[in-house]
Design a protein around this ligand. Structure first.
Ligand code: AMP
Length: 124
């Protein structure tokens, strides 16, 4: 069962304008901004504007328009960032085993270098 949404999580506060972000794109249902601790030359987070904890919560409860708005935003952000030709990786951590840190759904976009293998080893 998905955790209860915490309206004071950091991305909710960004959406309310209480905390600044480096916005790169926005549509009706999604906001995209640079990750504060980039793991690649391009590292952008795309989040839904609605209160969804993670991918499970979002895909169970969001409207078709919200789902479309989020995934359209991912593609648009990648095109605007100019990373399509060389390639990019999307990733969304969901829950404990994925080490999700912020409990508001976010899709990472990584690009700008060889991104290596698909999945890491467990932390020691
Ligand atoms: P995850 O482990 O998938 O939950 O990733 C959370 C991501 O949020 C990390 O890559 C953090 O660097 C990023 N992050 C945390 N706080 C902020 C913030 N205020 N602005 C932008 N990115 C943030």
């Amino acid at each position: 069962m998905a955790a209860t949404y915490d309206p004071n999580n950091i991305f909710a506060r960004i959406l309310r304008g209480e905390i600044p972000c480096k916005k790169v794109f926005e549509n009706e249902h999604a906001l995209a901004f640079n990750d504060i601790n980039p793991q690649a030359p391009t590292h952008i987070l795309v989040i839904p504007k609605g209160p969804y904890v993670d991918m499970d919560d979002f895909t169970a409860k969001a409207s078709d328009a919200e789902v479309a708005g989020l995934f359209k935003a991912v593609g648009e952000v990648a095109r605007q960032a100019g990373v399509v030709a060389d390639g990019y990786r999307t990733l969304s951590n969901c829950g404990r085993d994925a080490h999700q840190e912020v409990p508001h759904l976010h899709i990472h976009i990584f690009a700008g270098r060889d991104l290596g293998g698909m999945i890491g080893r467990p932390k020691a």
